[in-house]
Design a protein around this ligand. Structure first.
Ligand SMILES: Nc1ncnc2c1ncn2[C@@H]1O[C@H](COP(=O)(O)OP(=O)(O)OP(=O)(O)O)[C@@H](O)[C@H]1O
Ligand SMILES: [Mg+2]
Length: 150
């Protein structure tokens, strides 16, 4: 049972954003508590994705505040969101199909060696560990993900 009495982990307060004349999100307030799993429901075009994009830094809300552990934070881009441990997994397929699995997995957060160069060996090793859990049959580590499976 989630304790909803303390400070929320994430608060969206009175968030609004418009695109031209369309009010995509209109004064929305949401509290999220540690350990809570929340579903956001609404018809097509209700504003669900837009609200989440405000939290994930893809859009900047016209109005409202975002608080993490009770502190107001500025989320101006996805990097700011990530620094607050906010990750977004989009419903649409979001792979860079010209890159291999490791490059996709670490896109934007590439592992680097002591000299600051991208450490492809380490990225592949980490990817192999993760894929062993997700899909042990996956073998195509060194080809673009667009390549058909055989
Ligand atoms: N970048 C944009 N430019 C203009 N209008 C937009 C943009 N993004 C969303 N909208 C509009 O804002 C409204 C909310 O769209 P949004 O995609 O957030 O809805 P949704 O609840 O996620 O819908 P769905 O269930 O179809 O995913 C819609 O009217 C949509 O057309
Ligand atoms: Mg959507």
């Amino acid at each position: 049972m989630v304790d909803r009495t303390g400070t929320p982990l994430v608060e969206l307060r009175d968030i609004s954003i418009s695109f031209g004349g369309i009010k995509a999100v209109d004064h929305v307030t949401v509290d999220l508590y540690p350990g809570e799993v929340v579903g956001l429901l609404g018809h097509n075009g209700a504003g669900k994705s837009t609200l989440i994009k405000c939290l994930s830094g893809a859009y900047k809300a016209d109005q409202g505040d975002i608080l993490i552990n009770g502190q107001k934070v500025e989320i101006n881009n996805p990097r700011d969101a990530r620094s607050q441990n906010i990750e977004t997994i989009y419903q649409t397929l979001a792979l860079a199909d010209n890159l291999d699995a490791a490059s996709n997995l670490f896109l934007g957060r590439e592992l680097v060696n002591g000299l600051g160069f991208v450490d492809e060996t380490k990225m592949e090793a980490e990817t192999r560990k993760i894929m062993a859990r997700l899909n042990p049959n996956f073998r195509k580590f060194n080809v673009p993900v667009s390549m058909p499976r055989s």
